[in-house]
Design a protein around this ligand. Structure first.
Ligand code: FUB
Length: 449
């Protein structure tokens, strides 16, 4: 067994469940390290997400202030709320043809064929490899979506570039897409490891501004080629539709606008799971000052009746239902008052500790889709306020059912306030928290018991 095989074999036993007991599935999805370029795949009743893994390259360890990635993890969930981190599935040191110190394990993709899982990833080749030095694309193969993945001895011959995406048409023909200045497409052989024809440039796409990160899917007989494109200053997600997998394509529109806070890249995938479409994408939530340390997110995506994609407005709330007994991270809000409400890190020096919502007197925050699956007895709210005051908690909306008025004394330290709730509430409901009296109050989370 090679080192890579031994490591992958051991890792197959080392499965970590993240955030057990915490409020989950808000954005970003992964809360303990940076993740980017999410490629989501449905296998039976689970969703698997293969992101790249951003780290920060220091001097003497890669290129400072640039993308820096050494390995990949895979995550999975059957309810889009609780995600399991299956650990590292591939490390740059395990790629036989790759430069083991290039830190270039950029955006990957994974697809199933005949019970095998093919993981496509970019890396810098060694001079001696079949495509020589520079970015090329390799494949690692597994019997299970969470690995162990065994990399092939050479990259895919004839492919230079990044951002692989693989699509299998209804007739069984597989296609590889990737980017290098342009977006390329080519047929793959049945073995999924070799090109079956010459690559073509998909040239009907906008000609000005970088295009990369292709992601192809088929819906109602139409081929949707989706991709990030710099139409203005930073990347936005666009799509074009064609009648065949290699085009020609007609530009149709924007799936997600440029980041309002300037994260230069975006990179996405689109799946349908249990009847709903989802867009997986990324943003630099945990690293607002450095946009090459990104975090994956997901939001629901909808089609209009005639097949066009409704623009997705990024949310912090994300998807899924949160259990009433979890810590409900209300700073991952669904709606926020226009005035007097803001979000801040709990500790600017430790971003992975998460955020809080700060509410001035009169301001409110709303959090959607909480499952009240048990009888409620109390609400607990973790708050910090300098002055005494009062919060009001409603279910539904501000004019909905009043669940509790919660008084606190203030004192500039985090405190847990608990209040008995006598009302009955069951099923899935939104909640709204309003600062009704006093000065500014910071709220970390809310929980029901
Ligand atoms: O993650 C590195 C690069 O940034 C990806 O390959 C691009 O698609 C962009 O997201």
């Amino acid at each position: 067994m090679s080192r890579a095989q031994v490591k992958s074999y051991l890792l197959s036993f080392a499965v970590f469940t993240l955030w057990a007991g915490a409020a989950l599935a808000q954005n970003p999805l992964v809360r303990d390290h940076f993740t980017a370029d999410p490629s989501a795949m449905v296998v039976g009743d689970r969703v698997y997400v293969y992101p790249s893994h951003d780290i920060y390259c220091e001097e003497n360890n890669g290129r400072e202030n640039w993308f820096c990635m050494q390995d990949y993890h895979v995550f999975s969930s059957d309810n889009l709320t609780e995600w399991t981190d299956h650990g590292v599935i591939l490390h740059q040191e395990d790629v036989p043809w790759g430069n083991p110190t290039a830190n270039s394990m950029w955006a990957p993709d994974c697809i199933e064929r005949n019970g095998k899982y093919y993981f496509y990833f970019p890396d810098h080749g060694r001079e001696s490899s079949v495509n020589g030095k520079g970015f090329t694309i390799g494949v690692a193969v597994a019997d299970h979506p969470e690995g162990p993945f065994i990399p092939e001895s050479q990259p895919i011959k004839g492919v230079k570039g990044i951002d692989p995406n693989v699509f299998i048409d209804d007739d069984g023909q597989a296609y590889l897409y990737w980017s290098q200045e342009h977006i390329y497409g080519a047929k793959l052989k049945e073995n999924m490891l070799e090109l079956a024809g010459d690559p073509v440039i998909l040239k009907e796409l906008p000609s000005k501004g970088l295009k990369e990160g292709p992601y192809m899917f088929k819906k109602d007989g139409a081929y949707y080629l989706t991709y990030p494109h710099v139409a203005n200053k930073t990347e936005r997600l666009e799509y074009a539709v064609g009648k065949s997998p290699l085009g020609p394509f007609d530009f149709k529109g924007v799936i997600m606008d440029e980041s309002p806070t300037g994260c230069w890249t975006n990179h996405h995938s689109i799946i349908q799971f249990k009847g709903q479409h989802y867009l997986f994408y990324h943003h630099n939530d945990y690293s607002p000052g450095f946009d090459k340390n990104r975090s994956i997110r997901t939001d629901s995506l909808f089609f209009e009746d005639e097949g066009s994609i409704r623009k997705v407005v990024p949310t912090l709330r994300g998807i899924g239902v949160t259990k009433m007994t979890d810590r409900i991270q209300i700073d991952r809000y669904s709606a926020l008052a226009d005035k007097g409400a803001s979000i801040a890190f709990l500790d600017n020096k430790k971003p992975f500790q998460g955020w809080m919502v700060e509410l001035e007197n009169g301001a409110w925050v709303k959090y959607n889709r909480i499952s009240f699956h048990e009888k409620i007895h109390t609400v607990s709210i973790r708050i910090m306020a300098s002055k005494a005051g009062k919060l009001a908690l409603y279910s539904g909306n501000e004019k909905g059912q009043l669940l509790a008025k919660v008084r606190f004394s203030g004192g500039d330290n985090w405190e847990m306030i608990q209040k008995v709730i006598t009302d009955d509430i069951s099923g899935i409901h939104d909640i709204v928290l309003v600062n009704e009296e006093g000065g500014k109050v910071a709220v970390d989370w809310v929980k029901f018991e």
